[in-house]
Structure formats: structure tokens, C-alpha cells
Design a protein around this ligand. Structure first.
Ligand code: EPZ
Length: 448
């Protein structure tokens, strides 16, 4: 995989691409397979780096993983789950946030778990205090060591009653994966209810779990003694679909995203329409396009947990907003530090200012603190080519969109990060008529 793309911008993206399963569901469903006494089969699995990382981590714990990239199936046989040495797992430190979710299943299977320093995108502090508190309350001991965290459970995890300080996706998944085989009933208040979490609940129910979800964000789990394997088709990646939709808008293009589904994207579709983008729901996907002319307009919006506007939809859309008439205000309420990617957009000519205040809506938990979490975008501004380095997964895809929209040749470095969550994005760009060349870092330095 190339490290650098030299993008000749200014050409509208036009054509059809396909998205497969959601990165942020598939990795969790793979971990759930650890809980079964028989093998599991997951379908619609995309060929992305995160799937590889989680396969390697499960492999280290004795799970036999077989991935067929073309068919998009992954089989997971957890018959021989074993403890993995701290040194082996430490080799994976910093690659992913998934190891924290393996704790509950490993405590059930083996009575202990070790997790290395976590990775994931640098978009805020990303603490794991909620996760550790859940595991402690369920009876695990947690010991921080030099290289990571060692957890032990001398007996079966115990059901408990917990209220999350914030509806964290990961902490909700932690609780689900830990409570399904715990003794007694567990109740989680202020839970996250993202579609990816609902699909994880569907998987766990297929495995034999008893879980109910109340309308007021309360999840109730009755622990069972045994679970078996599952067969499941992953829901579509609504983040990837929205990213291509925003790319269509920013470049004045017309992109059909096969596999995209309306239900999980309703909030995105409403904002897309308000900005002036057009879409059509098809039988097997969604077509997104720019209606032509100077027709996009600014909006005021904020990110939120589901059913709000996803934080991961924000960065690609901000690039499109640089091409909209008037002011847009985007208030980021999920992560405290998710506007770092706008530095590169400013370098490319965008007018974006970031503020510490909660602008445009309700006060959020970052309000009185020192985080630049509101952005004001003034458009439209033509974007000019630049030499940029991608900062994180979603910010990185936004840089790519900006380069595709800008006049001239941009150099986008560090694009391997995008392989973490966007399947075959180079091939998809070609299918959409993008003009670019792939280089390795050394070649790009020589060419500079
Ligand atoms: C998941 O991260 C996703 N990652 C993120 O996608 C996504 O942005 C996020 O959910 C929100 O939808 C995966 O699924 C692998 P959180 P997660 O726990 O679970 C705070 C992408 O690009 N918090 O809901 O880590 C936290 O700091 C990625 O695909 C605590 O304070 O997110 C954040 O401000 C990026 N303590 C907020 O909660 C904790 O123990 C929401 O985080 C846990 C979280």
C-alpha cells in the first residue's frame, strides 16, 4: 500500500462504489465470538486494517480466524482460547482500542486478561475509566503495570447496576460483552444506543444472551451460563457511506454508494438536504449528488450520540461546508479535540475558526474548559493544492476530499492511516474518476 497520494484536484467524483460492513461493529462482533462455545461466522466483513489487527489479537489468544476477503466472510473458532503473554500482546500496543473490549470475554474464559497501551485516533484524551469501573463493579481486580493493565476475576463476574456519566459507545459494549455471561442481572443506565450497538445486541441474542433495551437508554441483561457461536451479516458502514456523500458534495460530483442504508443515516440525510445536497434512496444503496451551481448553504449543527449527528460524519462534511454560501457553525460535543484536521484546510485556503465556547446550540460538557470544540466556517472559498499529512482516520479522509476539491496538485502523506477504516479506497477513487498518483514516502521526498 502506498504512503503518499499526489492528487490532481478539481475533478468532480462521479460513479458507483460499494460499502460493506461497519468497521465499528465488525471488530466488536469478532470479539463477541470469544464468548461462544462453538465457531461463529460473520458476513459482509470489509478488507480493512482494523479487521487484520483484531484478527491478529484474537489469533494471539488461540482463536482460529479465517478471512475470505473477496466473499467478505470471517470464521472464528474459539475452541482453544489461551492466555497471551504480555510481551506478545505488547507488540500490538498502540494499534487499536479493541483490546479493552476483550477483557470481559477473557475474564469469563480464562479468569484473567492483559491489555497493552491502547491505540486509536488522536482526537482527545480517550480515557478508559468507564470501562475499568464497569469491570471493577462486576468483581474484577484491575492492576496497572508498566506496559498495560492486568485484570483478574477469581470467580464468575457478577451482575450489577451502573449509570454511565456519558453514553459512551465503548463502555456500553464493554458492559454488554461482560454482563451476558455474568451471574445475575445487570442494568446499565445512560447507555449508548448506536445502530452498531444494536447489531452487537442482535449478535449476542443469536448466541443465547437475554438483553432488553428500554426507550430511556436503559439496557438490562440477564446473565446466562453458556453462549454458542453465531452467523450474522454486518450492518453497513454508515461512516464510510457519509464520507463518500460528502466527497460528492465537496467536489461537485454524483456518487452512488451501494450498500448504504437510509435508516441508520437519517440524521445525516437531513443535514445533507439542509446544506443543499441531493440524494435518492435506491433499492440497494443511496445516490448522493451536488445539484450544480452556487447552491450550497451554511448550517448550524452539532454532533451528538445516536440518534444525533455522528462525530465521525463531521470532518468530511466540514470540507463540503467550505464550499457552501455563508456561515456554518459546527459544535463538536463528543470529542474535545476533533478539529485538528482544520489546520490543513486553512492552509488550503478555507476560512475556519475554532473556538473554546459552545457555539450554536446547547452547552456541552467541554464548555467551560480549554477545548477548541466549536468551528465557524465561512464560505465559499476555493481550495488550493497543498502538501499535507493526514492526522487521523476521519480527518485523513477529509484531507483527501479537500485535495480532490482543490485546484492543482496536492501531496497527501501518511494515507496508510486511511486503510484502517476505508476498504480499497484507492480503487474506489479510480472508479469515481479521481486523478491521482501513488508514491512511497521516499519517492515523494525526492519529488519535492
Ligand atoms: C467509538 O469510539 C468509535 N470507535 C469511534 O470511531 C466513534 O467516534 C465513537 O465511538 C463515538 O461514536 C470504535 O467503535 C472502535 P466513546 P469509543 O467511548 O467507543 C469519553 C472512528 O474514526 N469516554 O463513545 O472509544 C471519550 O473520551 C472512531 O471510527 C470517557 O471519558 O468512543 C469521548 O469523549 C474514532 N471515558 C466520549 O466518552 C471512557 O472510559 C465518547 O467516547 C470512555 C469514553
Amino acid at each position: 500500500m502506498s504512503e503518499v497520494l499526489v492528487v490532481e484536484g478539481g475533478h468532480p467524483l462521479k460513479g458507483t462504489i460499494t460499502v460493506r460492513g461497519a468497521k465499528n461493529f465488525v471488530s466488536k462482533a469478532m470479539v463477541a465470538a470469544l464468548l461462544g462455545e462453538t465457531p461463529s461466522l460473520l458476513k459482509n466483513v470489509p478488507s480493512i486494517k482494523d479487521v487484520q489487527v483484531v484478527s491478529d489479537l484474537l489469533g494471539l489468544h488461540g482463536v482460529a480466524v479465517k478471512y475470505d476477503a473477496e466473499a467478505g466472510t470471517i470464521s472464528l473458532d474459539p475452541s482453544d482460547v489461551v492466555n497471551c503473554g504480555a510481551t506478545e500482546i505488547d507488540a500490538h500496543a498502540g494499534q487499536s482500542r479493541i483490546p479493552i473490549l476483550m477483557c470481559g470475554p477473557l475474564l469469563h474464559r480464562l479468569g484473567e486478561a492483559f491489555i497493552p497501551d491502547l491505540g486509536g485516533c488522536a482526537i482527545g484524551d480517550r480515557p478508559i475509566d468507564f470501562h475499568l469501573e464497569i469491570l471493577r463493579q462486576m468483581g474484577a481486580t484491575v492492576e496497572k503495570t508498566e506496559h498495560g493493565i492486568h485484570l483478574q476475576a477469581k470467580k464468575r463476574l457478577q451482575g450489577t447496576k451502573i449509570e454511565l456519566p456519558y453514553p459512551s459507545v465503548g463502555a456500553t459494549e464493554q458492559l454488554l460483552l461482560s454482563a451476558v455471561e455474568a451471574e445475575g442481572i445487570t442494568e446499565l443506565s445512560n447507555a449508548a444506543v448506536e445502530p452498531e450497538i444494536m447489531d452487537l445486541i442482535a449478535v449476542l441474542q443469536k448466541m443465547g444472551a437475554i438483553i432488553s433495551v428500554d426507550t430511556d437508554r436503559v439496557i438490562r441483561i440477564e446473565g446466562v451460563e453458556k453462549l454458542h457461536g453465531y452467523v450474522h451479516n454486518s450492518l453497513a458502514d454508515r461512516i464510510e457511506a457519509a464520507s463518500w456523500a460528502s466527497a460528492a458534495l465537496a467536489t461537485g460530483g454524483d456518487v452512488t454508494v451501494k450498500g448504504a442504508t437510509q435508516q441508520e443515516m437519517m440524521t445525516f440525510l437531513n443535514i445533507y438536504r439542509k446544506v443543499g445536497g441531493e440524494f435518492e434512496i435506491l433499492e440497494d444503496g443511496i445516490r448522493f449528488w451536488h445539484p450544480g451551481g452556487d447552491t450550497l448553504h451554511g448550517i448550524v449543527m452539532e454532533t451528538d450520540v445516536h440518534p444525533g449527528f455522528m462525530t465521525d460524519w463531521q470532518q468530511p462534511l466540514v470540507v463540503a461546508l467550505t464550499q457552501a454560501n455563508g456561515l456554518s457553525i459546527v459544535h463538536e460535543t463528543v470529542y474535545e479535540n476533533r478539529f485538528g484536521f482544520t489546520d490543513a484546510l486553512r492552509q488550503m485556503g478555507a476560512h475556519i475558526q475554532v473556538y473554546r465556547e459552545c457555539l450554536g446550540g446547547r452547552k456541552c460538557r467541554f464548555g467551560q474548559r480549554n477545548f477548541r470544540h466549536s468551528a465557524v466556517i465561512s464560505g465559499p472559498t476555493p481550495l488550493r493544492a497543498a502538501d499535507i499529512t493526514v492526522p487521523d482516520l476521519r480527518g485523513g479522509f477529509s484531507h483527501l476530499i479537500a485535495a480532490l476539491a482543490a485546484e492543482g496538485r496536492s501531496t497527501v502523506r501518511g494515507i496508510k492511516l486511511i486503510d484502517r477504516g476505508y476498504e480499497n479506497f484507492r480503487e474506489k477513487l479510480i472508479a469515481l474518476g479521481a486523478h491521482f498518483e501513488e508514491l512511497e514516502e521516499e519517492e515523494a521526498s525526492l519529488a519535492a
